[in-house]
Design a binder for this molecule. Structure first.
Ligand code: HEC
Length: 130
């Protein structure tokens, strides 16, 4: 009888441990997806501005947001095991483009060039890791 109680206690503790681990992973993945979805939003808004007939200026604000968000990729992904060196290199390549995009995009034409470069960097990582 006493052994049975110990077994039950073990099962209950095990279940709680499993639930906390699952919650931790869940919270992690919400942040990962959040970073990606916000980047997608800013890329989409930048594209809308740049492809509109009325385009007059580069969407500098969206490029600035992408510069900040892309810097979050490496620190946010590493804790759940995306430690691969290649992953870090892809993230770094995106950061290097987004860091200079707000300054390099002087008008709609150069804005389109920058957006093209950014899209290439997104796809390069997605090809290997998504
Ligand atoms: C260094 C790698 C890397 C770069 C760079 C990258 N992504 Fe991702 N992205 C991923 C991975 C990995 C996933 C798969 C989902 C996950 O594991 O969180 C993903 C998933 C996504 C998703 C789907 C999210 C979901 O709900 O599953 C979107 C949207 C997205 N990325 C947008 C972008 C955009 C836009 C850029 C460029 C501005 C970009 N990503 C750059 C690695 C990257």
């Amino acid at each position: 009888m006493r052994a049975l109680l110990w077994i039950l206690l073990g099962l209950v503790i095990g279940a709680f441990a499993a639930i906390s681990v699952a919650n931790a992973l869940q919270a992690g993945s919400a942040v990962h997806k959040g970073v990606m979805h916000l980047m997608k939003y800013h890329v989409g808004e930048a594209r809308k501005v740049l492809t509109a007939d009325s385009c007059k200026a580069a969407p500098t604000g969206h490029f600035e947001a992408l510069a900040i968000l892309s810097r979050d990729i490496s620190p946010v992904y590493q804790p759940i095991g995306e430690r691969d060196e290649l992953f870090g290199q892809y993230a770094e390549k995106l950061v290097s483009v987004t860091a200079s995009a707000p300054g390099a995009a002087q008008d709609c034409a150069t804005g389109k060039e920058q957006l093209g470069l950014i899209n290439e960097r997104c796809s390069a990582c997605h090809r290997d890791f998504k």
